[in-house]
Design a protein around this ligand. Structure first.
Ligand code: SAH
Length: 210
């Protein structure tokens, strides 16, 4: 494995408690340098979020790994990723599930993400959609898992409704500055919140966002 990537997996992920071997292997396979702007390539494996244009960021590696671990994917799932950004998280999800749909509201990021995903070899496994992800993608639902990489004021009802029974939704919920990453499971009794972890993401805008 590329040495900086191997170091990221050991020091930023395994040492901080990410213990799902499939997630660690997936993070070890995806070339993160292809998803950051060319002038920031030297920082691709830094322990940080990085700017990607449009006021947005590629998430910190630990948060990507944490979201992916909380989704508890085993291989055959159809997954929705809201807030494509760079496309990096969608690529990691493609290593963990069989079909990934990702949606982004900023057209220039959609184009960049498509190009990066193609260059990294994920064109066939990741479908990039342009639009408001707070409404989900009803035409491709239901999903076994939904990952949201932008902070919402609450659980967007459309995203919950597009989960399979027993499916998981992982999203940051809270205000604009601080949030809790919530792990929500769809159950016959309604949404069950399994766990919350403090985090900080850019805001989810749109019909069911801020
Ligand atoms: N997962 C991304 C992180 C991107 S940051 C990565 O790995 O790079 C969150 C992204 O969510 C931003 O690109 C932002 O434009 C997008 N976003 C915010 N609100 C959205 C909405 N309603 N629908 C789709 N994308 C949205």
């Amino acid at each position: 494995m590329q040495p900086e990537r191997a170091r990221m997996v050991e020091r930023q992920l395994r040492a901080r408690g990410i213990d799902d071997e499939r997630v660690l292997a997936a993070m070890g396979r995806v070339p993160r340098e292809l998803f950051v702007p060319a002038e920031l390539r030297a920082h691709a494996y830094d322990d940080a979020a990085l700017p990607i244009g449009g006021g947005q960021t590629i998430s910190q590696p630990y948060m990507v790994a944490r979201i992916c671990s909380e989704l508890a994917l085993r291989g055959g799932e159809r997954v929705l990723d809201v807030g494509t950004g760079s496309g990096y998280q969608a690529a990691v999800l493609a290593e963990l599930a069989s079909e990934v749909h990702t949606i982004e509201r900023l057209p220039e990021l959609v184009e960049h993400a498509r190009a990066a995903l193609a260059e990294a070899g994920y064109a066939k496994r990741v479908h990039v959609h342009a639009g408001d992800g707070t409404r989900g993608l009803p035409e491709h639902a239901p999903f076994a898992a939904v990952a949201v990489a932008a902070a919402a004021p609450g659980i967007p009802p459309s995203l919950y409704e597009q989960l399979e029974e027993g499916g998981r939704l992982v999203l940051p919920v809270g205000g604009l500055r601080e949030q809790l990453l919530q792990v929500v499971v769809r159950s016959p009794e309604g949404p069950a919140v399994l766990r919350t972890v403090p985090c900080r993401f850019v805001p989810l805008l749109g019909a069911e966002g801020f």
